[in-house]
Design a binder for this molecule. Structure first.
Ligand SMILES: Nc1nc2c(ncn2[C@@H]2O[C@H](COP(=O)(O)OP(=O)(O)OP(=O)(O)O)[C@@H](O)[C@H]2O)c(=O)[nH]1
Ligand SMILES: [Mg+2]
Length: 587
């Protein structure tokens, strides 16, 4: 029990009356920093509670600093000898609570007083792993696909596009070297924090199930396109694939050009913390590199972002930024070369330590957002996406929808794949894919949800939102149409009304939007991007107007609808990715 909870329990007991002769012993631990050296039991008890709380918040990972008091609020440090004793005692404690600690950097606190940062990772069973999603953005040719090929396939680039071959999905991507779709690859770290990716030496293929089996933590990279003409797909990657972080790549020789600024601002508006990787430093003259670094610095501090840029140069910097990144105030920057491998070890260490603070509720009813649909030979229709709340287990029956009438229909979950590995369940924060046999390939689309029936989902065509116009060449009036991105939902909507006559760049307004094709499932509080040509706006959904024809599932109309389910979802542009087998499915 934490001190606060103890005090609350105590005051509640006093409030209940004086006549009960309860025997309370409250031991408030001291805040001394040598409790591990002295083996102070009371402090150690609180220390363990503290670690457990932090592990729960960090989804199985946290940092502590030895040489601090039990809750880390005071750090005076210890002598070298005492620090050794404390580190050994700490390892003993961690083993008892089924965790592993990695001593990282030692800091000097005062004369002859030192502290040591330890990264703690909870032991998890072989099939499980912590999952972090990183969207890779930046201008065309910045080296995004190359960087991922290098990181995930344990190789170096030749400066002429060798490493990016591992990432491409389409023929024209091989031909042009330009990413046009949302690509995926994974980098696994073992319990010891070392990368576990080991591609086949002959074919160069990476076996995802092996990586996931060997890994305690898996970074999923979402490789996005830098070219302006694929911006719609890139925005979808950032909204629909639920990245925890964005890695903004900047070619050192090119600087902040093309879509760089735009990608940065989209990530900021979606509240995705950004770190910047400056590539190609092997071929960049020093004065140009310095110029680029100045531009990156300015970008990080610019406009509404107000981030504090920190250039990562050594392991101390890595530990410092990883510990403080989730606070949202830092913008880490690292210079690398995919050709010489310069600083790639620091980047890998940073990835291994990347913290998670999603605040997911695994015990809430299940919600799953579909971001891709496949047709798999021998399996049928497969949907993949992210579990955003609760957990989903084989045997559950969920609702899938909304269809063209705004209805949700039951679907039994017969099997689940996580990173191409069959699993029994997935929980909030994890990606996965399901076979939805009874649905045809045209019945499902990106932006639909799988949801627990107890949530009684309601679809909407119209909704109110607060928007901020980032850019528009002239004025926006009622009836204006633009593409709305809200999570994996992507559909054109009409601006039906607004609380101002016209909207110009820099204006804020409450607007009513109406999807033009079919109802969607979106929630109040969801961040949206509103885009058409060079017009860009960001906003937050404030009020959902439920669809009128949202008949409850199981009602006569709903059943009728379910029967004709194949005629639902007349969705154009739903390009199915024909896959040869389920193991090729993205998630
Ligand atoms: N010399 C050198 N060349 C690099 C480095 N990183 C990438 N390149 C080269 O830069 C070119 C562009 O790299 P890509 O990985 O295709 O760039 P991208 O950012 O994915 O581009 P889009 O997908 O079109 O947005 C390729 O020819 C790479 O070989 C680097 O660190 N040094
Ligand atoms: Mg690319």
């Amino acid at each position: 029990m934490t001190t606060d909870r103890r005090l609350a329990a105590l005051s509640a007991a006093f409030a209940a009356g004086d006549d009960e002769d309860e025997d309370f012993t409250i031991c408030t631990p001291t805040k001394s920093c040598d409790f591990l050296v002295k083996n102070d039991e009371e402090s150690i008890k609180h220390y363990i509670e503290n670690i457990k709380d932090q592990l729960a918040a960090g989804e199985g990972e946290t940092f502590i600093e030895i040489g601090s008091c039990y809750d880390g609020s005071i750090i005076t440090g210890l002598s070298k000898e005492d620090l050794d004793i404390a580190v050994a005692k700490n390892a003993e404690i961690l083993e008892k609570i089924n965790c592993k600690g990695y001593p990282l950097t030692v800091a000097t606190k005062s004369k002859n007083k030192f502290s040591q940062v330890v990264f703690i990772r909870k032991n998890i069973d072989e099939k499980d792993f912590i999952e972090v999603r990183v969207a890779v953005v930046g201008n065309v040719d910045a080296g995004k696909s190359t960087m991922l090929g290098v990181l995930t396939h344990n190789t170096l680039d030749d400066g002429r596009g060798k490493a990016r071959q591992c990432l491409f999905r389409h023929k024209h991507e091989f031909e042009t070297g330009r990413t046009s779709s949302v690509g995926n690859d994974i980098l696994g770290f073992g319990m010891d924090g070392k990368p576990v990716n080991n591609p086949d030496p002959h074919s160069g293929q990476l076996d995802w199930p092996t990586v996931c089996c060997d890994a305690a933590k898996v970074i999923t990279f979402i490789d996005l396109a830098g070219h302006e003409k694929y911006l719609k797909t890139t925005i979808f990657g950032m909204t629909g694939h639920m990245p925890d972080y964005a890695m903004l790549m900047v070619g050192s020789n090119a600087g902040i050009v093309g879509t760089t600024r735009e990608h940065f601002s989209i990530a900021l508006n979606l509240n995705i913390p950004v770190f910047v990787v400056v590539t190609k430093i092997d071929m960049c003259p020093e004065n140009v590199l310095q110029q680029t670094m100045k531009m990156v610095d300015r970008l990080a501090k610019s406009g509404g972002s107000n981030k504090f840029p920190v250039v990562i140069k050594n392991m101390e910097d890595v530990v410092h930024v990883a510990r403080n990144f989730s606070s949202g105030t830092l913008c880490p920057i690292i210079q690398v070369s995919n050709v010489t491998g310069f600083n790639l070890d620091l980047l890998r260490s940073f990835m291994n330590l990347l913290p998670l603070h999603r605040g997911n509720h695994s015990d809430a009813p299940a919600e799953f957002q579909i971001d891709e649909t496949f047709s798999v030979e021998g399996v049928g229709t497969v949907v993949s996406g992210t579990c955003t709340a609760g957990s989903i287990t084989v045997g559950d029956t969920l609702l899938i929808g909304p269809d063209a009438l705004g209805q949700f229909v039951p679907v039994p979950i017969k099997s689940i794949h996580r990173k191409r590995v069959p699993v029994n369940s997935i929980k909030a924060g994890q990606t996965g894919s399901f076979a939805v046999k009874k649905f045809g390939r045209r019945d499902v689309r990106k932006g639909m949800v799988l949801i627990d029936p107890s949530l009684k989902p309601i679809a909407c065509t119209k909704f109110e939102a607060d928007v901020f116009i980032l850019h528009h060449p002239t004025t926006i009036m009622s009836n204006y149409q633009a593409m709305i991105h809200a999570g994996p939902v992507r559909q054109t909507a009409t601006l039906v009304s607004m609380d101002k006559e016209v909207l110009r760049t820099g204006d804020r307004a409450r607007v009513m939007l109406s999807f033009i094709r079919h109802p969607e499932y979106i929630k109040e509080g969801t961040r949206i991007i509103f885009r058409e040509g060079r017009t860009k706006a960001v906003g937050i959904v404030r009020k959902i107007i439920p669809v009128e024809r949202n008949n409850p599932v199981g009602s006569k109309t709903a059943k009728k609808g379910a029967k004709h389910v194949t005629t639902f979802f007349p969705v154009k542009n739903n390009k199915m990715n024909k896959q040869k087998g389920l193991h090729h499915a993205k998630h």
